[in-house]
Design a protein around this ligand. Structure first.
Ligand code: FES
Ligand code: FES
Length: 136
């Protein structure tokens, strides 16, 4: 039963993605693709007073990649950058709520990868950079 709920939750985010789109003047813009399928994802952030004031993502991909991007955007909106930089795979898996097979990890973590890349480019250090490609 619980599994069905989480599948529904993922499909809901896939069909009605939160924070989908782009920002006019983002402080941070980054994009990347899943090397296995070529699906691309871009993310824009506006950072104000040390917080993620606004976030948008855009891209195409499977339900898991789109849902995790949508969920991640909800997780980081309004949050202090100091906390956002600490988000890692564990938090993404937790919010997805279903077991992710090794074949789908790149889908599940594509948005996290884009976020990490953007934060790094924006000069916001993140402690998880080292393990970003651990499942390569
Ligand atoms: Fe392309 Fe999942 S199949 S991101
Ligand atoms: Fe994301 Fe390798 S492509 S962990």
């Amino acid at each position: 039963m619980a599994m069905d709920f989480y599948r529904e939750y993922i499909l809901d985010h896939y069909r009605n993605p939160r924070n989908f789109g782009t920002l006019e003047q983002p402080d941070v813009h980054s994009e990347d693709s899943n090397p296995l399928c070529g699906d691309q994802l871009a993310m824009d952030l506006v950072v104000q007073d040390g917080r993620v004031a606004e976030v948008r993502f855009k891209g195409r991909g499977c339900a898991i990649s789109q849902a995790s991007a949508s969920m991640l955007s909800e997780m980081i909106e309004g949050q202090p950058i100091d906390e956002v930089v600490k988000l890692g795979k564990e938090e993404v898996l937790e919010v997805l709520g279903i077991p992710i097979s090794p074949a789908r990890t790149k889908c599940a973590f594509l948005s996290l990868r884009v976020l990490h890349r953007g934060l790094a480019m924006g000069g916001f250090e993140h402690p998880n950079l080292d393990d970003e490609d651990e499942d390569e």
